[in-house]
Design a protein around this ligand. Sequence first.
Ligand SMILES: [Zn+2]
Ligand SMILES: [Zn+2]
Length: 342
Amino acid sequence: MGNSYTDLHESRILLYYCFTPIADPTAIMLWQRALCEKLGLTGRILISKHGINGTVGGTIASCKAYTKATRQYPGFKKMEFKWSEGGAEDFPKLSVKVRDEIVAFGAPEELKVDENGVVGGGVHLKPQQVNDLVAERGDEVVFFDGRNAMEAEIGKFKNAVVPDVNTTHDFIRELESGKYDWMKDKPVVSYCTGGIRCEILSSLMKNRGFEEVYQIDGGIVRYGEQFGDDGLWEGSLYVFDKRMHMEFSDHSKQLGYCQHCGADTNLFHNCINGSCRKQILLCDDCAASTATAHCGAEECASVASETSGAAEATGASETGGAAEATGASGAAGVTGTSGVSS
Ligand SMILES: [Zn+2]
Ligand SMILES: [Zn+2]
C-alpha cells in the first residue's frame, strides 16, 4: 500500500479512547512512544490499566500507519479513531504517559473494565435514541451534564442539571452530596463532549444508586453532528483547542454572557490573576481592559486594578491534547474539526 501525494503532504489529528484491561501499561507506553516518534506524530497519550486516551497529529500517511499499528494490540482492535482537521503543528510536543486513570475522577480502584469496555456503565444511546427516550418519557428524563460546570455556561442540553464541579475530581463528592438523590429513580441521560467522561461517570452513578442511567454514544459532538441546533441541544460547545467553542449551525442559541457587562459572548478568557486558574466569559471589550479582565474574586479584582494600564489581558488558551483526560478541565472528544479526544 503506497501513500498518495495527499497522504504525505496533508495532515490530520486523531482523537480516540478505548477502555480495555491493560496488564502492563508501561510496556504499552513505551511501544506507543516509539511508534509516534518513528512516525513523527505529536500530541498527548495517557495510558492506565483501564485503557488509553489520546490525541495525536501528523501527516495523513503517519496517521494511517498509526491506527493500523495501534489496532495490532488485541485490546485496541476495535478502537474507533475520529479524524479531525489539524496536524502535528497543533501540539508542541509528544507526551505519552502512564497514569492511574485516563480520566481523573479520583476513583481508579472503583472503575472496572473488561474486553468490552467499562463494566456496569450507563446504557449507550445513539442520538436518535436520545430523542426517542424523551419523546416516550417526556419530562421524566433528566439530562445530567458530565462536564465541568463552566463548559455548560455556553451550551447544554435543554433543562439539563449541571453539577457544581470544577474538575472531574469533584463528581464523586457531588454524587454523594444528596443533591441529586431525587433523580435516582428517573431516567438520567449523562453527557459530555465526546463520551469518554460519561463512560466513567455513568458507572459511578450506578454504583451510587442511580437506577436508570444512559450515556450518549459519541457525546455532544455526535449528537450535534446529527441534530445541529434543531434537537435537544442548546448553545455552543466548549472545545479544548484554540477555537475554545464551536457551534453546530448558524442558528445556535446564545447562552453565554460577559461576566462584567452582560454582553453576549461565548469566549472564555483566563483570569488576569496568574495564580487564579479560572476561565471566565468576557466580551472583547472587557477582556481587552486590564481593569475588567478578572474573574470577580476579590483578590483577582485587586490584581486587576493594580495591573490596570500595564499588560494586555491574554486570551484563554486551553490547548488540545487529552485535556479531558486530565480532569483538569474537560473533555477530549472534540471531533468536529481540530480538537481533543473523547
Ligand atoms: Zn463585557
Ligand atoms: Zn480570578
